[in-house]
Design a protein around this ligand. Structure first.
Ligand code: DGT
Length: 138
């Protein structure tokens, strides 16, 4: 009997890092999938990590900051080919250190208006109205 293939889901955490009314985005490096797209810093949750621990680690590795991970603002799903991603967006308003591009090619602080004009990963593009709504209420 044919068995149905088990779907593959990848859990991803990202930070909505806020300063005044701007949010921090980073441009994905050349050698990665989705290169040249502007994303919210973050990455995959490793085994034995809580989502908050994973995001704290990613923000340390990618930006060199020690961040306080606050509320879960939004959760979304997206499918890239055969793989599903479950993406969790956390609010980050406080951190120590100055964000530096250790992983991304560039970082920038962008207004919600300008966020709409940037090339974003499909998963973010799709959720943009909800992301903007979540950030507006800050
Ligand atoms: P790797 O090299 O296997 O660790 O994977 P990367 O570096 O391509 O991906 P990583 O660790 O940033 O994982 C995030 C995955 O989620 C990646 O496939 C891209 C996708 N993604 C979609 N939207 C976003 C976003 O806003 N931020 C981040 N960090 N990833 C996003």
């Amino acid at each position: 009997m044919m068995r149905k293939k088990r779907p593959v889901w990848v859990p991803v955490v990202t930070g909505l890092i806020l300063k005044d009314s701007n949010v921090l985005v980073g441009c994905r490096p050349e050698d990665k999938n989705l290169s040249g797209k502007w994303e919210f810093p973050g990455g995959k949750i490793e085994l034995n990590e809580s989502p908050e621990e994973a995001l704290k680690r990613e923000l340390r590795e990618e930006l060199g900051i020690d961040a306080k991970i606050e509320r879960l603002k939004l959760v979304g799903t997206h499918t890239y080919g055969e793989t599903g991603i479950l993406i969790l967006f956390y609010e980050v308003r406080y951190w120590q250190g100055e964000p530096k591009a250790h992983y991304h090619t560039h970082l920038k602080w962008t207004s919600l208006e300008d966020l709409k004009k940037l090339p974003l990963p499909e998963a973010n593009q799709k959720l943009l109205p909800q992301i903007i709504e979540a950030l507006k209420n800050e």
